[in-house]
Design a protein around this ligand. Sequence first.
Ligand SMILES: Nc1ncnc2c1ncn2[C@@H]1O[C@H](COP(=O)(O)OP(=O)(O)OP(=O)(O)O)[C@@H](O)[C@H]1O
Length: 242
Amino acid sequence: MDTPVNPRGRTAQGARPPLALALTGVVRRYSQGQGAIEVLRGADLAISHGQSVALVAPSGSGKSTLLHIAGLLEQSDAGEVFIDGIPTARLGDGERTRIRRLSIGFIYQFHHLLPELSAVENVSMPQMIRGLSRKEADARAKDLLTYLGLGARLTHRPSELSGGEQQRVAIARALANAPRLLLADEPTGNLDPKTSDHVFGALTELVRATGVAALIATHNLELASRMDRRVTLREGKVVELA
Ligand SMILES: Nc1ncnc2c1ncn2[C@@H]1O[C@H](COP(=O)(O)OP(=O)(O)OP(=O)(O)O)[C@@H](O)[C@H]1O
C-alpha cells in the first residue's frame, strides 16, 4: 500500500499547517560494480508535527538511505523532500545546510560526539553555530542534559561517559536547536537491552515533551510499539504497519 501524500499537508480549505516531513516519489540508486541498485523506488511518507514514527525494516532495505535523504544529508535521484512544507530537491548545498541546521536534529547509532569537548560543550556547539551566545547555549545545554539525567556529568568528556550516557548527550545535542523534525538511525543499536530501554524511554519522553516530529529507525519491535505509527520498507517503498 502506498501512502497518499499531500506534501504541504493542507486540506482542500488549506486550513492545516504544513507537515513536518513529506517525501513524495523518492528514488535513490547506487552504482554497484558494473550495474546499479535502486534502493528507494518511489517512496512516499508524511509525518505531521508532533507525530512519532518508527521505521522497522530488515538490514539493507534502505533505512539509513531514507533517513539521510529526509535529513538532507544525501540527494535523491528523483522525487521531492518537503521539510515543514518547503520543497528542498532543487535547493543548493548552502540552503539545504541552513534548513538542516534550523529544522532537523539527527541522532546516529554511534553518537558521533566530539571527543575533546565536554557534554555541555557538545550540546552548546550547534546552538552557537546557529548564533546563540555561549551563555545562552550553555544554559539550554545544561537544562536538556539535566532533564536527561546527566546533571552530574555536565563537564565529562565522551570518553568519561558510559555508552548510554554518551547516547543521551547525543539526544540532547540533536534537540538543542529545538528542531521541527528529529531523525534517528538506530539510536540504541549499540547498547545493551537494559541501557537501550532506558535511553529509548528518555528519547520518547523528550519527543513527547517537545512535540518534535520524529522518524526513528529501530530493529526493536517493543521500542517501536511506543511510537505513534510504525512503517517499513518493502521493495523500495514505505508501507504502513498496524
Ligand atoms: N554509498 C553507497 N554506495 C553503494 N551502495 C550503497 C551505498 N549506501 C548504501 N548502499 C546500499 O544500499 C542498500 C541499503 O543500504 P542502507 O544502509 O540504507 O540499509 P539499512 O536498511 O539502513 O541497513 P542496516 O539496517 O544494515 O543499517 C544496501 O544494499 C547498501 O549496500
